[in-house]
Design a protein around this ligand. Structure first.
Ligand SMILES: *Cc1c(COP(=O)(O)O)cnc(C)c1O
Length: 378
């Protein structure tokens, strides 16, 4: 089956006894045994649940993985994956990362005796120079958040294999519709399902997808033990979102391309960070490994005053944290996602008080551009 069809029929249209078309929400914490020592297919919903198993099967199929695990949030998925590594393990990660992942690595995992190096994972030589005997994994986001830096997944996979490291890719920004890291050699894909997969700004979720039975067993064990599982109703919402993922992503991709071009044409704009520009440093790699550029754009405007005016005066875009939903959002990374990053480090990387991040939604493109225009022209 092709991707769009898998979003709807990854279960091969197996039906329950009522012939339910939509996977039923199985709101039960436990399952009655069939006899002494004869458990049902399911026993307890922390371990597994039919609604969740259905969603996990869909996500594993979309990412081309051996198994997927649905977590309560993206951070729960990432934190559980990090439990694969113990004290003394060293991880090399992209320097431009989701703020929550940075916080987890620097302030939680580091207390457990893990060490991290952050670098431009688009630069293979830099990555290789940081590998030590205790290095266990490469952890990347591509494109990255919020600077839209691109890393070459196949090249990093080759490097990881050479040194016996796991390659973990956060695929939240592009989703498997545009990019399938496991097919490019990644070992584990993580997601904030809260974003594009769910897609409606109404539910939190996370995923870890693995490329081998061995990893499935190790993550499966951590999953049932740590217990950050996704509740049945949320599973239903995320699965419903996934049904329209390709339609939403196509619209978002085209809206974002037009907004990025419009922003770039404005005198008040200093720089637009958008992977779909032919002169973007990661454009060629992006064309090779992804089939779309996604809906994320960052922009540096000429003044803090204008940045604040945009946040205050937009009417269609909403000033709110998060991304990947049908509604277009704008965030101020300096005060929100990257508030925990030390100021000098943040500014060195260009995340200053003139820097905004846009998550383009599925509204009509003229309304979105008109919305920005009325602020810029004021
Ligand atoms: C939001 C996000 C996360 C964390 O996901 P939650 O569902 O909010 O816990 C991780 N990675 C990226 C790239 C994100 O955008």
């Amino acid at each position: 089956m092709k991707f769009e069809t898998l979003c709807l029929h990854a279960d091969g249209n197996k039906k329950d006894e009522w012939g339910t078309l939509t996977q039923a929400v199985c709101q039960s914490s436990t399952f009655v045994h069939k006899g002494v020592g004869v458990p049902s297919e399911y026993s307890y919903s922390r371990l597994s649940n039919p609604t969740r198993a259905h969603l996990e099967n869909t996500v594993a199929a979309l990412e081309g993985g051996v198994a997927a695990y649905a977590f309560s949030t993206g951070m729960a998925a990432i934190a559980t994956v990090m439990k694969l590594f113990g004290a003394g393990s060293h991880i090399i990660a992209s320097e431009d990362l989701y703020g929550g992942s940075l916080r987890l690595f620097n302030n939680v995992n580091s207390h457990d005796g893990m060490t991290f190096d952050f670098t431009d994972t688009g630069d293979l030589k830099k990555v290789e120079s940081l590998i030590k005997p205790c290095t266990k994994a490469l952890y990347i986001e591509t494109p990255s958040n919020p600077l839209m830096m691109v890393s070459d997944i196949s090249a990093l996979s080759a490097l990881a294999k050479r040194y016996g490291l796991l390659l973990i890719v956060d695929n939240t920004f592009l989703t498997p519709y545009f990019q399938r890291p496991i097919e490019l050699g990644a070992d584990i894909v993580v997601h904030s399902g809260t974003k594009y997969l769910g897609g409606h700004n109404d539910a939190l979720a996370g995923f870890a997808v693995v490329n081998s039975e061995e990893l499935a067993e190790r993550i499966g064990y951590l999953y049932k033990t740590v217990g950050a599982c996704l509740a049945p109703w949320e599973c239903f919402l995320i699965e419903r979102g996934i049904k329209t993922l390709p339609l939403r992503m196509d619209r978002i991709n085209s809206n974002a391309e037009q907004i990025a071009g419009w922003l770039r044409g404005r005198n008040e704009v200093v720089k637009v960070y958008y992977v779909g520009f032919e002169d973007h440093a990661g454009y060629e790699i992006s064309k090779k490994q992804s089939t779309g550029f996604g809906g994320m754009i960052s922009v540096e405007v000429e003044s803090k005053e204008l940045a604040e005016r945009i946040l205050k005066d937009v009417k269609v875009f909403q000033y709110a944290e998060s991304l990947g939903g049908v509604e277009s959002l704008i965030t101020y990374p300096m005060l929100q996602t990257h508030a925990d990053v030390p100021k000098e480090e943040r500014e060195r990387r260009g995340i200053n008080d003139r820097f905004l991040r846009l998550s383009v939604g599925i509204e009509n493109i003229s309304d979105l551009i008109e919305d920005l225009k009325q602020v810029f022209d004021k």
